[in-house]
Design a protein around this ligand. Structure first.
Ligand code: CP
Length: 313
């Protein structure tokens, strides 16, 4: 019998969940994708559940996607942005969250610049916690929506060859994608300049390539990441222009391949740096499908965690 509950009461990272959990999230997301494509996009599943979206870092896609997912499940939603809060007056993370929870909040969706902030919080509060990105560590719902989008295209993930190209060192999307894709039986190559590939990568059972042509020739799917200049305190590459010349994905490169591959990007894109506009806007790119799928996948995660309040993490 297939399982109907997740193995954890939180979604702290893909590292902490199982293949069965991911299958359950995808099957549930299939149902919610049908719901959000109906004229009436709302279901009462999370009526009387209150969710706080706590964003201590900037976001466009993730914040709006979670808010829409919550509203389509009929949850009550409160939004918190660090830049307009009392965090600037010196309030700690735990005090901030405990004050919000004392207003009877059931679930917390949080983006925070500190890797591990969600694990810390999970040790101190009772509410369900969903990691919406913790520094350079994990971004589990992004990885789930990326993998879901590949599964939607190919019907399965097992055996599919996925290249993750760009700034792997500073990318929470890369780490969560690697955990998720490997759990689902996909093959992964990471590609970028040696300075932007972490030394521990070999331990994750992925191929490493420093050659964009070879990587694109190998893969079925290329997930292109931006250079995270805001997380770089030293220079890892000589210039963005040189990066673009050596690792940028452009139409000329794609036209030389023997097969058509799928292009993904988690956003935000830096057009003309890691990806050219003609590729980003081409039929091969499923970038906006990823965003659409994000709402259904996040509805699935919220719904499953809300019905899993009694499970230990
Ligand atoms: N993909 C992603 O996390 O985008 P945002 O930073 O806009 O949320």
């Amino acid at each position: 019998m297939s399982k109907s509950t997740l193995s954890s009461k939180h979604l702290l990272g893909i590292k902490h969940i199982t293949k069965d959990d991911i299958d359950l999230i995808f099957d549930t997301a299939d149902n919610f994708k049908q719901v959000i494509n109906r004229p009436i996009k709302k279901v009462p599943s999370l009526r009387d559940v209150t969710i706080a979206n706590l964003f201590f870092e900037n976001s466009t896609r993730t914040r709006i996607s979670f808010e829409l997912a919550e509203k389509r499940l009929s949850a009550d939603v409160v939004n918190f942005s660090a830049s307009t809060s009392s965090v600037g007056k010196g309030e700690t993370l735990l005090d901030t969250v405990n004050n919000i929870l004392s207003m009877k909040v059931d679930m917390v969706v949080m983006r925070h610049p500190a890797p591990g902030a969600h694990v810390f919080l999970a040790n101190h509060i009772e509410a369900n916690i969903i990691n919406a990105g913790d520094g350079t560590h994990e971004h589990p719902t992004q990885a789930l929506l990326d993998a879901y989008s590949i599964r939607e295209r190919f019907g399965k993930l097992k055996g599919k060859k996925v290249a993750i190209i760009g700034d792997i060192l500073h990318s929470r999307v890369a780490l969560s994608n690697i955990f998720c894709l490997k759990k689902m039986g996909a093959k992964v190559t990471v590609c970028g300049p040696p300075t932007l590939i972490p030394k521990y990568i070999q331990d994750l059972n992925v191929r490493v390539s420093y050659n964009i042509r070879e990587t694109l020739e190998w893969c079925d799917v290329a997930n292109v990441l931006r250079i995270q200049l805001e997380r770089q305190d030293i220079k890892y590459i000589p210039s963005l222009r040189e990066y673009s010349l050596n690792f940028g994905v452009n139409l000329e490169l794609l036209e030389q391949l023997k097969k058509e591959i799928i292009i993904m990007h988690p956003g935000p894109m830096n057009r003309g740096v890691e990806i050219s506009s003609d590729v980003a806007d081409s039929d091969q790119a499923i970038i906006l499908d990823q965003v659409e799928n994000g709402v259904a996948v996040r509805m699935a995660v919220l719904y499953l965690l809300a019905s899993n309040v009694s499970n230990e993490s």
